[in-house]
Structure formats: structure tokens, C-alpha cells
Design a protein around this ligand. Structure first.
Ligand code: ATP
Ligand code: MG
Length: 432
């Protein structure tokens, strides 16, 4: 016997029950995207490798260790997307979307990173992603962060997450701070982790993001970005924090300024932020959503200088965050059971009418959930009832000489008329 086939390490099958929740999270994100004036777009799942290496930075963890890169038969190097922003910026430039600015863009789909799989960390995972291109105002930052807060609030409530925020400052502030940080770290160079030693030359700010214990100790007394901000950068950040920390912001009350928050990618400028879970089952992977401003990226990738801000939330982590608070929407599951004497030519149109009515009422009333009408054609009635109960049927229509309609929850049953209006009323009566 050949060995049983298994999914590839770090990938995960979404079986129906889990998929329902997964789908609900994405639907909620999509609804909020619309509510905040975003339009949805999709880019390819793979891009020329350069799209990611140029934007995310050669020294970032993602580019240096986590990309799924391969050569095509035409000998091009392509990479499965590890994030959305780079591909969206590439699409923005390739499609001449400059003329349509400002743009608010929503995307969702799978992403790929070669990481050590753990709870909340997979090699194929999913994100909901929001980008706002063409607006450099502090107000855009506030609105984006409010949208992020709204998304998490609607999935897990106000207690769900803490907003952690920082500014990397403008170009001028960053250059000044970079020099100071190098000066501080150089005497410790030999004690730093391998990764951080490499970064000291290439991208010292990233050292602040290190998770290595030894690095963290050295960093305790490091100079702080906050003290090196230009007046303009400081004012901008203060304005944003003041707006977000107001009591009447409905989506979060817990905001923490963390001067060590730098985020892992090269392209961030000014505001960077994360939402960290306080509840749920996330363990070490408790950052559920992350983002920031990237005013230099579009130009760096060959477009006209265009300010932008974005964020992404990991769908798998949102699911873990919600695991305690998942609100079950009862589905209508109606099973038709025709007895032997009833011809199938009679059952098919009846099933069609019931499906149409159910779908119409659900749409009209904007009722959530996954509602279905199925026909169980074969087997003894008792066996069919067992199967229906196992499936979680809410209602059964037994089609014999006199049709009987049964509510599976209460056990009540009564005969019904199959006239169109009567069926319509019946369907309306069973929908919450
Ligand atoms: P981490 O520090 O956890 O590796 P990151 O900084 O690499 O996160 P981002 O690139 O900012 O993460 O991605 C944004 C969000 O995408 C994360 O907050 C997380 O929810 C999700 N995410 C990132 N990598 C993974 C992964 N390998 N598996 C599942 N979700 C992920
Ligand atoms: Mg990572």
C-alpha cells in the first residue's frame, strides 16, 4: 500500500465547518471595505521575484528567508506572494492607475511564507488587506486605523485588541536617528545576534524589531526614535495619537505608543501600527493586524511619488481571536423526502420553487447564514430521518399522499398545502 497522502507542511485544509467561519470573516472585512469607500481588486498569486525583493527590502526576514521562489520553464524567477502591498503597487504602476488617485483598495486571498509552522503561523495563510493611495494627510492615518479597529471590534468586541502605534518619522528624522543608533550599537556589534550584526550595516532600525533575548537586553538603553523626530513629524504623530486616544472612539480604548515598534519591512515611513490580541487563543502569535505608511515605496518601484498607507490582518489569526466569541447564525436546512409513490417529475419543480423562495426571502431580508434545500431521494424514511438529523436539518418535508412538514427542533409536524402562496408563507414563517 502506498503511504497516505498528507498536506504539505504549513498548509491547512479548510473543511466545511471551519470554512463557514473563515468565509464570515472575509465577508465582514469586505462589508467594512465598502462602508469605508474601498473597492476590491485582485493581483496574481505570483509575481516576478523583483517585485518583492525591491519593495520589502533584501534584508527583511521575508525576502531573506521566507519567500517561495522558483524558476519557470522560461527561466524567469517568480515568487508566490508573501504580502499584498508589493503586488498592488506593481499593479498600480503597470496599469497607469495614477490618474485615478486617490484610491482605496481592498484585497483578500492566500499568501505564502516559508516559516516554521506553529499555531497562527502557516506557510500558506490568508489576509484581508487595505491600501489607501494618494493621501498623505494625518487624517488618512487616523481613518485607516479606525477602520482597522472597526474590523477587529466587529469580530471580537472592544476588549479584543490593543492598538500599538509608533512613528518612524520623515526622511530627515530617520537619517538622524539611524546615525545615532549605529553609534550606540557599534560597540556591542560582536554581542548582537547574527541577524542583527548583518542589519547593523544594512538596516539598523530593524534591530529594534529583533526578538532575540540578547539583542533585547542591549536595546533596553538604546536611544529612542521619539527623541530624534523633526518638529513636523512629531506634530503629525501627536495629532494622530490625540485623535485616536479620544474617549469617544468607539472601537478601542486601549492605545499604547511603543517607540520600539518598527515593523519588519523596509518601506515604512511615519506611522506604523499593530493590533495585539488580548483575548482568544493566539499565544505567541498575538499580532493580528499590522500596517503603516509607505510614502516612498511607489516612487522606489518606478512610479510617480505617491503617498500611501495600508494594513493587513491575518485571517487565521482573526479566527483564533474570535474562537470564543463566534456568533452562530442558525441556518435553515430544509430536507425534502419524497416517498416512493411520488414521481420525481413532481419533486424537481417543487424543490426549485422552495429554493427560489428561500433564496428570495433571505436576500430581501438580508439574512445571514447558509440556507439550503436538499432532496433525500433514497432509502427507508427512518434512515433518511436519521441522516437528516445528523446533517443538522432544521425542517423536513415528507412528500407522500398528504405532504407533512416537520420542525426538527420542536418535533412538531403538520400537513401542508403545496400551493405557491402557501409555500411562500411557509418559507417566510420558518425564517428568523
Ligand atoms: P509576525 O511577526 O507574526 O511574523 P509579520 O510582521 O511578519 O508577523 P506582516 O507581514 O505584517 O506580519 O503581516 C500582517 C499579518 O499577517 C500579521 O499580523 C498576521 O496576522 C498575518 N501573518 C503574517 N505571517 C503569517 C503566517 N505565516 N501565518 C499566518 N498569519 C500570518
Ligand atoms: Mg513574519
Amino acid at each position: 500500500m502506498s503511504p497516505k497522502l498528507q498536506p504539505v507542511r504549513g498548509t491547512h485544509d479548510l473543511l466545511p465547518e471551519e470554512f463557514e467561519k473563515f468565509h464570515a470573516v472575509i465577508t465582514r472585512a469586505r462589508e467594512l471595505a465598502t462602508l469605508y469607500g474601498f473597492e476590491e481588486m485582485a493581483t496574481p498569486i505570483f509575481e516576478a521575484t523583483e517585485v518583492f525583493s525591491r519593495s520589502m527590502g533584501e534584508t527583511s526576514d521575508v525576502v531573506s528567508k521566507e519567500m517561495f521562489t522558483f524558476e519557470t520553464k522560461g527561466e524567469e524567477s517568480v515568487t508566490l506572494r508573501p504580502e499584498f502591498t508589493a503586488g498592488i503597487v506593481r499593479a498600480f504602476i503597470s496599469n497607469g492607475m495614477q490618474q485615478h488617485l486617490p484610491l482605496k483598495l481592498f484585497s483578500t486571498g492566500p499568501l505564502f511564507r516559508y516559516e516554521r509552522p506553529q499555531k497562527g503561523r502557516q506557510r500558506q495563510f490568508h489576509q484581508v488587506n487595505f491600501e489607501w493611495l494618494g493621501d498623505d494627510s494625518a487624517e488618512a492615518d487616523v481613518e485607516m486605523i479606525m477602520l482597522a479597529g472597526h474590523l477587529l471590534y466587529s469580530l471580537s468586541g472592544k476588549e479584543g485588541c490593543t492598538l500599538v502605534i509608533n512613528t518612524l518619522g520623515d526622511q530627515e528624522s530617520r537619517v538622524r536617528y539611524r546615525e545615532t543608533l549605529i553609534k550606540y550599537l557599534t560597540p556591542y556589534a560582536k554581542e548582537l545576534s547574527q541577524d542583527s550584526q548583518r542589519r547593523l550595516a544594512s538596516n539598523p532600525l530593524r534591530i529594534l524589531d529583533s526578538k532575540d533575548g540578547g539583542d533585547r537586553k542591549i536595546l533596553e538603553n538604546a536611544p529612542r526614535m521619539t527623541d530624534y523626530l523633526s518638529d513636523a513629524a512629531k506634530q503629525r504623530f501627536d495629532k494622530i495619537c490625540t485623535s485616536l486616544m479620544q474617549e469617544n472612539v468607539p472601537f478601542f480604548h486601549d492605545v499604547r505608543i511603543d517607540p520600539a515598534l518598527v515593523r519588519g519591512l523596509d518601506y515604512y515611513t511615519d506611522t506604523v501600527f499593530e493590533f495585539v490580541a488580548r483575548t482568544g487563543e493566539l499565544g505567541a502569535q498575538n499580532t493580528v493586524l499590522a500596517g503603516g505608511r509607505y510614502d516612498g515605496l511607489i516612487e522606489q518601484m518606478g512610479g510617480k511619488p505617491t503617498p500611501a498607507i495600508g494594513f493587513a490582518a491575518g485571517v487565521e489569526r482573526l479566527l483564533l481571536l474570535m474562537s470564543g466569541t463566534w456568533k452562530y447564525v442558525p441556518d435553515i436546512k430544509l430536507i425534502i423526502m419524497p416517498l416512493e409513490e411520488v414521481p420525481s417529475t413532481f419533486v424537481h419543480p417543487l424543490a426549485a420553487v422552495l429554493r427560489m423562495l428561500l433564496s428570495d426571502v433571505v436576500t430581501q431580508r438580508k439574512i445571514k447564514g447558509q440556507h439550503s434545500v436538499a432532496v433525500y431521494w433514497q432509502g427507508k424514511l427512518g434512515k433518511r430521518m436519521e441522516k437528516a438529523a445528523k446533517y443538522g436539518a432544521t425542517h423536513v418535508l415528507i412528500l407522500g399522499e398528504t405532504p407533512v412538514f416537520k420542525d426538527m427542533k420542536t418535533g412538531n409536524q403538520h400537513t401542508i398545502s403545496l400551493a405557491f402562496e402557501d409555500l411562500e408563507n411557509l418559507i417566510k414563517s420558518i425564517i428568523p
